[in-house]
Ligand binder design. Structure first.
Ligand code: ATP
Ligand code: MG
Length: 453
């Protein structure tokens, strides 16, 4: 796989320093001035080349975590599996990681009782070839080659403002192709979440997935359940809450990943024509909210994605003689139990989903009983939005929406609900994090979004 990197000098590419966050830029300069290699790496280089605003700026360097810590007073080392540095600025965290390489066979230690608990295990794969720990320093080239896709392996070298391409990232970017680095079967086996990432990038960037990678996804999609439930929960949010949920859903369905992730939902959708369209329209509504800056809670997303199926299940149950609310609660509980086998959904999100669906039933009863109480419920805003999504589609809830809009106009204080619990909890956490608690945040980091890097 090793080859001479393609180096594109400053004059021949479109990334300007002005597009890079000042904090990241200062960090790069400081590392460079102390004699270290300092690159922008990963998704931010891809996004800058595409003319998009990167979500975050990641830096790769040959400085070790200890050296980085000495250079930056605002540095915290995080991650157990891989130590990396978080530089905390007022409104931004810049991630600085030491170049890593993937393991060669001599590094691989089969996990067993004895070494599971060993603190300095550097690299481990399980019996299926899935990487469990990844902690070996490497060269910039090795660091690029361990990444998932060629377009995610580009680097920007602060020393001369050139772009460094160790794979075929620049060509693939031009051709709009998601191509695995190395054999896609091996790479998806090492980390099945990469299949979801391929679909996410393809849907959000309008790229194609290169043929052998696509075939491998079709073949290996069922192995997605090997990924850790906490990571899958993180990834599900990225799939559906970044403004491209609708096209992502379609591609998940086509690839077989939807059935692997949510077998019940996929089976239900395939059973009758038009069902997936309902979900896609709901997701398009969520995409609009996200792109419009309004955002959507995870519970609202789940209502949009699973609500129609759960409501139908509850109705069938109810017709069998179970009281309406009990039927809904049972169906929700069954769903949450099933899904918890693959994705670790926090209890409060599951409870909120259940409340939204229950409140929807109360809101739809015309005229509603005790509207002031209903409008005062914490899940009122999300439920109202869920109703709007459904009404936009079939028009069936229009009269209900009209009724509630008129009511809120007459009683403006009634709908002034507090933000969803998750949002409030997140804000609280953010405030608290000013005084970080070391151990806990290391664990969060470990299980969090950047696990696979
Ligand atoms: P986004 O715009 O969603 O942040 P990203 O490409 O920056 O996209 P991150 O999750 O922030 O995605 O990861 C940063 C980089 O780390 C990626 O560009 C990629 O090079 C590498 N990476 C992330 N996850 C994996 C993985 N599972 N396997 C290999 N490399 C990964
Ligand atoms: Mg990123």
């Amino acid at each position: 796989m090793a080859m001479e990197p393609r180096i594109v000098p400053r004059k021949e590419h479109r990334i300007s320093r002005k597009q890079v966050s000042p904090n990241a830029l200062r960090t790069l300069y400081r590392l460079h001035s102390r004699g270290f290699i300092a690159y922008l790496v990963g998704g931010c280089v891809r996004d800058l080349l595409l003319g998009r605003t990167p979500k975050d700026f990641d830096i790769g360097t040959n400085a070790t975590p200890g050296q980085i810590k000495k250079l930056f007073h605002n540095c915290r080392l995080v991650g157990r599996r891989f130590r990396l540095a978080h530089l905390r600025f007022q409104d931004e965290i810049v991630e600085v990681s030491t170049f890593r390489r993937s393991a060669d066979p001599s590094d691989v230690i089969e996990p067993d009782e004895a070494n599971q608990g060993r603190r300095h295990v550097r690299h481990m794969k399980d019996a299926n070839g899935m990487v469990l720990a990844d902690n070996i320093f490497g060269t910039p080239e090795e660091d690029a080659l361990r990444r998932d896709f060629t377009i995610n392996a580009l680097a920007y070298n602060i020393a001369d403002a050139s772009i460094v391409d160790y794979c075929t990232g620049l060509i693939d970017l031009k051709e709009r192709l998601i191509r695995s680095i190395g054999d896609p079967r091996v790479r998806f086996t090492e980390d099945p979440v990469r299949m979801l990432r391929a679909v996410r990038f393809a849907a959000s960037h309008g790229f194609d997935i290169e043929a052998s990678a696509w075939d491998s996804i079709r073949e290996l999609c069922s192995t997605i359940s090997r990924a850790s439930p906490s990571r899958l929960y993180e990834e599900i949010q990225k799939l559906f809450l970044l403004g491209f949920g609708c096209p992502t859903f379609a591609l998940l369905e086509k690839s077989g990943l939807l059935a692997a992730l949510f077998p019940d939902l996929a089976g239900w959708g395939r059973e009758r024509e038009g069902r997936f369209e309902v979900l896609e329209k709901n997701l398009a509504g969520i995409d609009e909210l996200v792109r419009g800056g309004q955002g959507a809670s995870v519970a609202l997303l789940f209502a949009a994605l699973f609500g129609p199926r759960l409501e139908e299940g509850a109705l069938i149950h109810h017709r069998e003689g179970i009281p309406r609310r009990q039927a809904l609660d049972e169906v929700c509980a069954g769903f949450l139990k099933e899904i918890s086998q693959s994705a670790q959904i926090p209890g409060r999100v599951g409870a909120r989903l259940n409340s939204i669906l229950a409140l929807k039933t109360s809101l739809c009863r015309m005229p509603p009983r005790r509207p002031a109480t209903l409008a005062g419920r914490p899940e009122f805003a999300e439920t109202f939005t869920y109703l709007e999504l459904a009404a936009g589609l079939k028009g069936e809830h229009r009269p209900v929406l009209e009724w509630w809009k008129a009511y809120l106009l007459e009683n403006p204080a009634a709908g002034a609900v507090e933000p969803p619990a998750e949002e409030a909890a997140r804000k609280k956490r953010r405030r608290r994090r000013k005084k970080p608690r070391r151990r806990r945040s290391a664990v969060v980091r470990e299980e969090g979004t950047t696990h696979g890097q």
